[in-house]
Design a protein around this ligand. Structure first.
Ligand SMILES: NC(=O)c1ccc[n+]([C@@H]2O[C@H](COP(=O)([O-])OP(=O)(O)OC[C@H]3O[C@@H](n4cnc5c(N)ncnc54)[C@H](OP(=O)(O)O)[C@@H]3O)[C@@H](O)[C@H]2O)c1
Length: 330
């Protein structure tokens, strides 16, 4: 084995797929597990270090001797900015501090951020670019942006690369699963203007490849990249891609008016505050749902990393639905 790569968030959707794709490759993998992480689904024999992101000594042990770090751990739901900071910002700050102290020779720190850090585009053809001023519309997006800024501030001492995926779909994902479940019943409930909306998406195995390009490319240190499909899609494209696998006939489409989406967001936020649990929908989530163009440009990653997300929507959706069925999720 030539070198060791440390992966955080390895028990999540993208992390699990990353480990799967790394199996049999010519480097060792270490995972950082939080005290509360559920390690049951990890491949057998994987080198795991338990570390609380607020424990500098444990983080020091986790980063010691690794050549590269892929930081995937994070949260997409929380009750407020402080909770998002604890999940998305503090771990980045403390990991980078541990790297400076215990592993100054680290070759690359890859932060997996999100299109949410930039916010939606103002048009649906080219989408947002890396050089555009970020305009996040949610606390989640703002927390990812704060984490990015900490990374960029550290880039004088740690070689950091930030990647921003748009919506990720594929085996193991539980978010886009909800859309396929609705479609399988011949229904689609959506928010915003479905006749205008366009989105970038990426199949998880393409993303994993892009993350590895970002971790290994000599040119990528100090840079930010969108890792996304070249095309953008409408709801009609997603419906057409899913139809052959799901076999639904006539589709009943229900479009929630924006005031109702925001009302649901307000109730969800209140329920979250009363129950102490992160809600499924709140004002922020409502804000994200009604946007027209969650679209970003694949150009810089193609030019500088040579990265192309090759999986076509119909192929990716077909594989994803087949996986859900095999696992009994659908
Ligand atoms: N899925 C998408 O569509 C998408 C799109 C853009 C960006 N991203 C970003 O990609 C990363 C991975 O996403 P994912 O879809 O794989 O998410 P996921 O399935 O929710 O996994 C995230 C992982 O983060 C760790 N985690 C959970 N709670 C945490 C907390 N309070 N503090 C720190 N870490 C915590 C857990 O791993 P351990 O238990 O192993 O620590 C969890 O499995 C995230 O940073 C997310 O923001 C995802």
């Amino acid at each position: 084995m030539s070198e060791t790569i440390l992966v955080t968030g390895s028990t999540g959707f993208i992390g699990a797929r990353l480990l799967h794709c790394l199996e049999g490759r010519d480097f060792a993998v270490r995972v950082l597990l939080r005290p509360e992480s559920n390690a049951r689904s990890l491949p057998e024999g994987v080198d795991a270090v338990r570390a609380d992101f607020s424990d500098p000594d444990a983080l020091g042990r986790a980063v010691l001797g690794v050549a590269r770090i892929v930081h995937l751990a994070g949260i997409t739901r929380a009750r407020n900015e402080e909770e998002f900071d604890r999940g998305n910002v503090m771990p980045v700050r403390n990991l980078l501090a541990a790297v400076r102290e215990h592993n100054p020779g680290l070759k690359r720190f890859v932060l997996v951020s999100s299109l949410a850090a930039a916010g939606p585009a103002s048009e649906g053809v080219h989408g947002v670019r890396e050089s555009d001023e970020p305009r996040p519309v949610s606390a989640y997006g703002r927390s990812k942006l704060r984490a990015e800024r900490i990374c960029m501030d550290a880039s004088g001492t740690v070689p950091v690369t930030i990647v921003r995926p748009p919506a990720v779909y594929g085996p193991g994902d539980r978010d886009v699963l909800q859309v396929f479940r609705m479609l399988s019943k011949g229904v689609l409930v959506s928010a915003g203007n479905p006749f205008v909306q366009r989105f970038s998406m990426i199949y998880v195995d393409d993303l994993v490849r892009g993350i590895m390009e970002a971790a290994y490319s000599g040119n990528a240190a100090g840079h930010l990249y969108y890792l996304t499909s070249r095309q953008t899609w409408s709801w009609d494209d997603v419906i057409a891609a899913a139809r052959p696998s799901l076999g639904f006939g006539k589709l009943r489409r229900i479009v929630l008016p924006n005031p109702l989406v925001y009302l649901l967001g307000a109730f969800g936020g209140l329920a979250g505050r009363l129950s102490g649990k992160p809600p499924l929908i709140n004002r922020d989530k409502a804000n994200e749902l009604v946007q027209d163009y969650w679209v970003c440009s694949s150009e810089k990653a193609a030019e500088e990393l040579g990265f192309i997300a090759a999986t076509q929507l119909a192929e990716g959706v077909g594989k994803t639905i087949a996986w859900y069925r095999k696992k009994g999720w659908m």
